[in-house]
Design a protein around this ligand. Sequence first.
Ligand code: SF4
Length: 460
Amino acid sequence: MKHTLDILTAPTQLPDPIGEDAVVPYRGRKVYIENYGCQMNLSDAEVIRSILTRDGYGFTSAVDDADVILLNTCSVREHAEERVYGRLAELSSRKAGRPELVLGVCGCMAQRVADRMLDRAPYVDFVMGPDTYRNLPEALGATGGDPFLDVRLDRSEDYADILPIREEVVKAWLTIQRGCDKFCTFCIVPFVRGRERSISLASLVEEARGLGARGVREVTLLGQTVNSYDDGEHEFADLLNAVAEVDGIERVRFTSPHPSDATGAMIRAMGGNPKVCAHMHLPMQSGSDDVLRRMRRTYTVEEYLRVVDDLRTHVPGVAITTDIIAGFCGETADDHAATCDVMRRVRFDSAFMFRYSPREGAVAHKKHPDDVPEDEKIRRLREIIDLQEAVSREVYAGHVGSVVSALVEGPSKRDPSDLYGKTDDFKTCVFPGRDAQPGDIVRVRVESATAHTLIGRIVS
Ligand code: SF4
C-alpha cells in the first residue's frame, strides 16, 4: 500500500448535523480531522465520521472552529511521527486559551506509541488505536480527568456494520479487509493493525450497491494485501466480479495486492471483465532474492517476474506500478544493481521509491543491522528514481497519439480551466473540456506527455 507523508485530505466539511442515521441530536460540537498516511487512514476517517455523526457531532474544515481536533496518524516512517509531534505541540497552544478544546490522536502511530505519547505530549486528551474507534464517543465525553487511552487490538473488529460517510462523489474507497498476516520484516502494520480479516462479500456488494445508486462510478477495493481476500466462501476474484456487476459502478480498482497472492483467477478477472481496471500496483521492494528473503516477502524475483508476465499476457494494456526500498539491511552494491536490472526489464509505469528507515517494533529493527550508510542509501535511491523517471517518460510518451478513456474528477489543479481524470490504467490525464462533468467517462486523444501526466483533448 502506498504511504505518503503528506496530509492527504483537506479536513472535513460541516455536514448536515443530524444525518438520516444519527441516533443522537446534534450536540453543537464540531470535529476537525487531519489525516496522515495511506488510503486506509482516509477510509478509516470515513468510518470515524460515521461513528461521531451518529453520536451527535458535526464536522468542520477549519481548525479554528473545532471543539475537537483529531489527528489520524501514520507510523510507517519516523519522519511521519515526528511531524505529528510537531503538529501536536503547535495545537497544544490553543488549549491554553480554550481548556475545553479536546485534542486526540488515533491511527497507527497512536497504536504503536500508545501511552508513551502521553509522556511526550501530556496535553493530549485521548489516544485510540485503529480497532477501537467505536469507543470514540466515550473518549470525547471523558474529558477533564486522566487522558483516555484505548489501543486494544481486536481480531473481530471490521466495522462492517458501519456505513462510512464519504465526501468523494465520483469515486469511493471500499475497505474489504483489515490487518495483515504477512509480517514483512521492515513493516509494523501487522503490529498496529492486527491480523488479517475480510468483510463478507454480501456486505461489500450491498455497500457497493448503495454507492452505485448515489452516483459513484469508480470503487477502489482496499486492503493491506487486498488480493488475499477470503471471507470463508469467496476469494478475491469473486469479489472483483461481484462488485463489477453492481449497477452504476463502471470501474473497479484495488490496492495494494501482494505478489504471492496473485492467482490465475484474479488475473482472469482483470483480463476478462471490462469493468476491472487494467492496472496492478505490484510492490516489488527489491530485485535481489537475498534482500527479499531478509524482508520476508515470500516470493523470489523469478516468481515476481512470472506474475508480471502473466499480467502482460492476459490483461491487455495493463499498467504495472510498484514500490521499491533502497538500502535495506545488508543490501550490497550487487543487490542494488539487481534491483536496477529488474526495473529495466519490467519497465514499470511508475513507482513509489523510498530509502529504508528502521521502525522500532518491526522485525528488521531487532534482527537485521541497518548497515547501509545513509549517504549510500541516498545515492542508491537517487539512481533508482532517475532510472524510473526515464522509463516513465518513455512509457507515457508511448501513449501520445492514442485514445484513452478518462473518468473526469474535476478541474485541474494547475489550470482550473482544464479538467483532469484518471485513465483506466491509472494515469493522470489533463484536457480542456467545458462540457464534461465530474463522473463522466470521456475519450481523450493524447497529444503530449510528461513522466507523470498525459495531456490531450476530448474526442467524440
Ligand atoms: S504485506 Fe508486508 S508491507 Fe504490506 S502491510 Fe503487510 S507486512 Fe506491511
